[in-house]
Ligand binder design. Sequence first.
Ligand code: G6P
Length: 615
Amino acid sequence: MCGIVGYVGQRQAEDVIIEGLRRLEYRGYDSAGLAVVADGGLHWAKKAGKLTNLEAELEANPLPASRQGIGHTRWATHGAPTDENAHPHVSADGSVAVVHNGIIENFAALRAELKDEGVEFRSDTDTEVAAHLLARELAGGSTLQQAMGAVASRLEGAFTLVAVTPNELDTVVAARRNSPLVVGVGQGENFLASDVAAFIEHTRDALELGQDQVVTITPDAVTVTDFAGNPSEAHPYHVDWDLSAAEKQGHDWFMRKEIFEQPRAVADTLLGRWSDRGELVLDEVRISPEDLRRINKIVIVACGSSFYAGMVAKYAIEHWTRVACEVELASEFRYRDPIIDPMTLVVTISQSGETADTLMAIRHAREQGAKVIAICNTNGATIPRESDAVIYTHAGPEIGVASTKGFLTQVVACYLLGLYLAQVRGMKYGDEIRAIMTELEAMPDAIQSVLDGIEPVYQLARTMAVHEQAVFFLGRHVGYPVALEGALKLKEIAYMHAEGFAAGELKHGPIAVIEEGTPVFVIVPPQGRDQLHDKVVSNIQEIRARGARTIVLAEQGDESVRPFADTLFALPRCSTLLQPLVATVPLQAFALELATALGHDVDQPRNLAKSVTVE
Ligand code: G6P
């Protein structure tokens, strides 16, 4: 949600910033802008719409050469996506330009205060107050670093601010609270960005910033302080993926590339988890086995696809650990006074590790004394940093806004956690865990076989590329969250009305929406070994009798569904709990191909952002 870049060094700032914004555009694409310092003044350009609009503007009206600048790609919160509301915002006296990610919650009071002083506002954004406040501090003799600390201490809410002033050459200053910001450390150049993807082609050395810090970069130095100006620590780390991971590598969409990366991503989540001593090993579990044995409830909090991954995980975690597990939307969690105490283990799932709803939920949980384990894909993000333990999914960067490999690897990481808890709590013998691990280790090949046979799914999607159509998804047990995830993919990128239902619940209402020709996907549990299989087959007959067009996903060799399936896709054989890892893949591919056929921008769907850093 909003991408930010800052650069100072020897290259053309405009080139570095535009390239950085291109890699951050997944975070928001309502407008884009940049500001540079040259010839003793600020020069800027900003345009509503995607980055290409800004590039066209720069082509028509080039900015002067500069080696110091800031840039922004916006997901609108305060104020419509117009040129005026695009960032950067420049103070009335032209002394400072600022870009912002987050929401300044007390902006109305600050705006009123500044208006009383005679400041005229040119936008509807909350950000503009920061520009005027910074200018006021600079006019009073502060350095940009001091000004940033003073202004940041007055702001409430979530923000990353990055600013430049013509008074200070070769300097870019930023502040952060609750919104992402990382420093890229180069040779004779330094970078600031919401995500390492923005500078990965220049350096893989990064600094993870803490809460309420101000960071100042010059070509040769990075200085970190608190808001009061006292020296402060930042944690250096090396990014373990390179530029090629952040490129499409011949695919038309990042989302397609990421769907096809799933066998590798799942293998990487599993890599090195089984020790020579026959025990599961997780990344950073800073919770003692005694504490893990004491817990009497698990609460999973997450948003979007991560929430559905949590729903899948609940079945496995309860089954393996016999500890009650609730799954809750992070945005609802802390506002309903949840019953959380030191015996509760909160598991938070977040691909980005920056989702504001999820972050606020874990802060609330920790205030109540709960231990928090984060399942996350982004090294050094705020959520793992603020958790007691972290299991990284190691899926590599996910850039398509609709989550795919993020989801599958989250399910796998949750399963690892479930097995780990079962191990620590003595609920499973080592050989039982080993047997499940062996099955999990076979999943990359199973997923690959689904991908190898994906063409019929694409063909179906192309025939169904009609805007008005509604599509339904049915599943039971772990198939239910898979149905929800399949429907979410279609909503997100094809903008189609799509709903997922628990197949057994159908008769209690949803069946009324079935009409002649209504397409309904049904995920059928494995045959024979699963008690729900026959019940779901009956559900298929019920909807078919009412005219539904049934698209059935069933295990290879399951002939019992064939008479009732208008279209049948075979899934590799695996146990019920692992079936989501193969059943989700055709649903992702279906949504992707259908959205492509409708001519949508699959990687940047309307109104959405990859990482939602506002509540
Ligand atoms: C946004 C994205 C979704 C994602 C959700 C949670 O809404 O568009 O694809 O599932 O955030 O994101 P997280 O990074 O916390 O997993």
